[in-house]
Each structure stands twice: as C-alpha cells, then as structure tokens.
Design a protein around this ligand. Sequence first.
Ligand SMILES: Cc1cc2nc3c(=O)[nH]c(=O)nc-3n(C[C@H](O)[C@H](O)[C@H](O)COP(=O)(O)O)c2cc1C
Length: 183
Amino acid sequence: MLLDISVLRYSKYTCLRLYNYIIMNILIIDGLIKSNGHTDKLLDKHIASLKASSITRIVLRDSNISHCTDCGGCGGSNGCIILDDMQKIFDASKLADYCIIASPVVFGNTTAYVQTALSRFQSMYNGDFSVLPKVGKLKKGAIIITAGGSGGGTEAVIKTMRLFLKMLNVSDIEIIANYNTDK
Ligand SMILES: Cc1cc2nc3c(=O)[nH]c(=O)nc-3n(C[C@H](O)[C@H](O)[C@H](O)COP(=O)(O)O)c2cc1C
C-alpha cells in the first residue's frame, strides 16, 4: 500500500509568550477504521483544543507497517531493522511533545492496525533498551476512543493504547471517550 503520512502545519497556533515559548509538536497515531466516523470527529475536536505548532498524523490503515516477524535483528542496540513506515513513527516520536492515539473499539480491543504497529515495539524488549532514545523525550498524550456500546469491556482497548503510548515515552495520559455511538 502507498505511504500516506500527512504533515499538517498550523502556524497560526504557534504560541509566543513572553516567558514561555510554546511550540508543541503533536504526533497522531491514527488507528481508525475509516475517516469521517465518530472517532475522527472526536479526534478533530481534541486537536482543535490544543495549541500546536506542527501536527504529524500517521494513518495506520494507509501505511505500510508489518507485524513483528521475530526476526531477531533488533538484538543489542540495533532497534527494529524492518524498514517500513514504522520507522516514521519512531522518528516523528523523537520530535513530539504530545502523542495522541485513536481507535474505535473493535471486538473488545483496538483495531488490528494498532496491534500490528504495537508489535514492533518488541524491538525495545528484545534489545538492551538502549534504543529507547529513538522515541525521544518524555511526552504527554491522549487516548481517543469510541465504542458503539456503553463502554463496558473497554479496559483492553485502553490498556493496549496506554502500552503503545508508553513505548513512545508518553506519560500523563488523558482519556477522551465517546460511547454509545451506535445508538
Ligand atoms: C468490526 C467492528 C467491531 C466492533 N466491535 C465493537 C465492540 O466490541 N464493542 C463496542 O462497543 N462497539 C463495537 N463496534 C462499534 C464501533 O466501536 C463504533 O461504531 C465506533 O464508534 C466506530 O468508530 P468510527 O465511526 O470512527 O469508525 C464495532 C464496530 C465494528 C465495525
């Protein structure tokens, strides 16, 4: 599949304050099934509430990201050696101050796109963790989730997305949810 990584720049949101020079680079991991659905709308609303100088959105469904193949190439400090769009997540994460991950609930978990990409962080466990600087500084972030039902059983989704953000060195995570979207 073709690479589709949209890099949007919102210069009007660049904030210059006298003592605080705020430049927030936002990385969005878009794990949605489709655009223009409930999750997309919730994501847009959250992005609009942030003051961002740059937004990098990685649309997993349009990206070329392989599942971890357990090839073992990541031993030591190599990091993941599969050169596909996952490398763009690693690279964008180095510059990001704030990471968002978004997914609807699909059979009690995230979309498969999220889980496929998540598997690639195995390189950090298989290596000696010296690859951690690859994902950069400590960041804040958010989980965006929608569910057709009442939100019961969404623990697995939140756990999966928390783990994803943790691997990008994100702490201080807010959860933004919209349930009962199918009602
Ligand atoms: C394949 C599939 C599986 C789903 N599984 C669940 C589920 O387990 N629990 C739930 O509450 N909603 C489930 N839903 C409903 C979606 O989570 C809900 O419609 C969501 O808002 C869709 O997001 P979107 O409009 O951004 O695509 C499922 C929908 C699809 C298409």
